[in-house]
Write a protein that binds this ligand. Structure first.
Ligand SMILES: C[S@@+](CC[C@H](N)C(=O)[O-])C[C@H]1O[C@@H](n2cnc3c(N)ncnc32)[C@H](O)[C@@H]1O
Length: 193
């Protein structure tokens, strides 16, 4: 969806969808996956960067692990509003409104980086080609692989060129029958280091 950031969203208890055509942006069944992603990036506590607030599931999981700081980049106006409301009582959490493409170059380095961007499949190589600049030595990064069981070759090449390797945590989660973006029940979450 090219103009996603201009679309009006609808917030339901178990999902966020694009109002006009019901495209699914995020769903609550992903909670076990988001928790695992949070555990990977907050392994060293430290300073955590997240891209994409969505329903705030991974952000809440990161916050519960009590990192030194939590920085969240979010680009959709309605989700920014929700993220800011959630973060306003949290001294260690900062919301950076805007597209990661504009904000990332202004940022320093982190102990953990979580990339979960709606429409981000074609953005992964561009984002992770900057990983060495933003992930501290000894830090961990992760991303949502959808139903893929491994990091795709194009992204793997970008990561290997910077000296990174990774292993996978396997997580069981059950998408509801009307989920349009996942059919798997077993998900592979990479811990990139
Ligand atoms: C799948 S959701 C993230 C889910 C989140 N991890 C959670 O636990 O709920 C993807 C998010 O990426 C955001 N997004 C899309 N394009 C973006 C961009 N260029 N920069 C920053 N955020 C973006 C969307 O608005 C959406 O909130």
């Amino acid at each position: 969806m090219d103009n996603y950031l201009d679309e009006e969203l609808e917030f339901l208890p178990d999902r966020i969808v694009v109002k006009s055509d019901k495209t699914q942006v995020m769903m609550s069944w992903e909670e076990p996956l988001m928790r695992t992603m949070a555990e990977i990036v907050a392994m060293r506590r430290g300073d955590i960067l997240e891209i994409g607030f969505g329903m705030g599931i991974s952000s809440k999981a990161v916050a519960s692990l009590n990192p030194r700081s939590q920085t969240i980049i979010e680009a959709h106006p309605q989700i920014i509003e929700r993220a800011e409301k959630w973060a306003c009582s949290r001294a260690k959490t900062q919301i950076l409104p805007g597209k990661w493409q504009d904000i990332l170059p202004t940022l320093g380095s982190y102990d953990g980086i979580l990339f979960d961007v709606f429409g981000g499949l074609g953005q992964r190589e561009a984002f992770f080609s900057e990983l060495k600049k933003h992930l501290r030595p000894g830090g961990f990064a992760t991303l949502w692989l959808a139903d893929d069981q491994e990091i795709r070759p194009e992204l793997a090449a970008v990561l290997r060129a910077q000296g990174y390797s990774w292993n996978y945590r396997k997580v069981v989660a059950i998408p509801p029958p009307d989920c349009t973006y996942s059919r798997s029940n077993l998900f592979f979450i990479p811990a990139i280091h």
